[in-house]
Design a protein around this ligand. Structure first.
Ligand code: GLV
Ligand code: MG
Length: 349
C-alpha cells in the first residue's frame, strides 16, 4: 500500500500537486455529446447554457470509423467553443482499446487546461486507475499544466463492482463514479436488453389468495440496480468523491427516467447522465431538491441553531442526525441557487 504522505505528491516531476479535496459544484447532469457530429458541435454553446457539465464522448456509441473525428472535434470544442464556465469533461475509450493512448496523449497535450475530468470506462480495479494516474501525471508535466485533471470511473463490470471500494480510494485524482447499467448487465450476463431502468419480469408477488390459485395477486416490479448503486454510493461517500447514476436509454420514457434518477438522488447520487436535451430537464427537476423540503430543512436548522439535543417540530422528532440531513439539503439548495435565479426564488434564499 502507498504511504499516505506520498498520496499528496505528484506522480511525475513537474506535474501539478494532487487535489486533496474534490471540488463540489452543481453536477445535476453530465450531458453527453458526440464531437464527431458537426451539427451537435454547433449546438455546444447552447448546450453549455442548459447543462451543469458537458462531456465529449469518445467511447461506446461513437463508431470505430468516427473515433478520430470525435477526438479532433473535441479538441476543436476545447480550443474554440464558448462554454461560459460550464466544465468540459470527456469519456475516453476503454483501457484495452486501440484508441485510448492517443485519446489521452492528444487531449491532455492539446486541451488539458480546459478538461476538468476524464471519465474512464469499464474500470475493473485500482490497477486501472493507477495506470491512468501515472500516465496523466507524465502528460500533465509535458504539457506544463498547473491544475491536475481529475478521473471519474464508470462502474460497469462485475469485477468493478467487486472492487468498488479500492477503485474509489485508488488515487487523489478520483473525482467520482458513474453507474453504467448497460455494460454491467452484459458483464453479469443479466437477461436484459436495455440501458437502465426496471424490467417487468423482475418483481415480487404476494402469497396465493385463499380464494384459489387463479385469484389475482398483487405484484410489484423491483429495482434491479439497488444493490450496486448502494455499494457505489457508500464507496464514494467513504472516500470523499461523488456518485452519479449513468444513462437511461429509453429517451421517450421521461417518466421512467425520472423514477430512475429520483431513486438515485434519494440514495445519495449527485446527478445522472443526459443523452438528450429532454433528459437535462428531467435531471434538473430531480437533482434540485424540492422547495418544500428545503423550506422544511431551513425551519429545522433555524429552530435548532446549535444542531444538538432533541426537539419536536410539527409533531416530528428532530435531533443531531436529522439536523445533519437538513444541512445536506440546505447546502445543496444554496449551491444550486447561486447558479439558478429561479431556484433561488423558489427556495426563498
Ligand atoms: C454506460 O456506459 C453503460 O454501459 O451503461
Ligand atoms: Mg458502458
Amino acid at each position: 500500500m502507498r504511504n499516505p504522505r506520498d498520496f499528496a505528491k505528484p506522480l511525475a516531476v513537474g506535474a501539478p500537486d494532487p487535489l486533496l479535496e474534490i471540488p463540489v459544484k452543481p453536477s445535476r447532469m453530465i450531458h453527453f455529446f458526440d464531437a464527431s457530429n458537426e451539427k451537435m458541435v454547433a449546438k455546444v454553446p447552447e448546450m453549455a447554457r442548459q447543462a451543469d457539465i458537458l462531456l465529449g464522448n469518445l467511447e461506446d456509441a461513437v463508431p470505430a470509423d468516427r473515433k478520430e473525428a470525435a477526438r479532433e472535434g473535441l479538441v476543436k470544442v476545447g480550443r474554440e467553443a464558448d462554454l461560459g464556465g460550464t466544465p468540459l469533461w470527456t469519456r475516453v475509450n476503454s483501457l484495452d482499446s486501440p484508441w485510448v493512448l492517443d485519446d489521452l496523449i492528444t487531449l491532455v497535450g492539446e486541451i488539458g487546461d480546459r478538461l476538468e475530468v476524464i471519465m474512464v470506462p469499464k474500470v475493473e480495479g485500482p490497477w486501472d486507475i493507477h495506470y491512468v494516474d501515472r500516465l496523466l501525471a507524465q502528460l500533465e508535466a509535458k504539457a506544463g499544466l498547473e491544475r491536475p485533471i481529475l478521473v471519474h470511473a464508470i462502474l460497469e463490470t462485475a469485477q468493478g463492482v467487486a472492487n468498488v471500494e479500492e477503485i474509489a480510494a485508488a488515487s487523489p485524482r478520483m473525482q467520482g463514479m458513474s453507474f453504467g447499467p448497460a455494460d454491467l448487465a452484459a458483464s453479469r450476463r443479466m437477461k436484459t436488453t436495455r440501458v437502465g431502468g426496471g424490467h417487468p419480469g423482475y418483481r415480487v408477488i404476494e402469497d396465493p389468495s385463499p380464494e384459489g390459485p387463479d385469484a389475482p395477486r398483487q405484484s410489484y416490479q423491483q429495482d434491479l440496480w439497488h444493490y450496486s448503486i448502494g455499494r457505489m454510493v457508500d464507496a464514494c461517500a467513504a472516500n470523499g468523491i461523488l456518485p452519479f447514476y449513468g444513462p437511461f436509454g429509453d429517451i421517450a420514457d421521461t417518466v421512467g427516467c425520472e423514477a430512475q434518477f429520483r431513486a438515485a438522488f434519494l440514495m445519495g447520487c449527485v446527478g445522472a447522465w443526459s443523452l438528450h436535451p429532454r433528459q437535462i430537464e428531467v435531471a434538473k427537476r430531480v437533482f434540485s431538491p424540492e422547495p418544500e423540503e428545503v423550506r422544511w430543512a431551513m425551519k429545522v436548522i433555524e429552530a435548532i441553531p446549535d444542531g444538538r439535543g432533541v426537539h419536536m417540530i410539527d409533531g416530528k422528532m428532530q435531533d443531531d442526525a436529522t439536523w445533519k440531513q437538513c444541512k445536506v439539503m440546505v447546502n445543496l439548495a444554496e449551491m444550486l441557487a447561486e447558479k439558478d435565479p429561479e431556484l433561488k426564488e423558489a427556495y426563498g434564499l
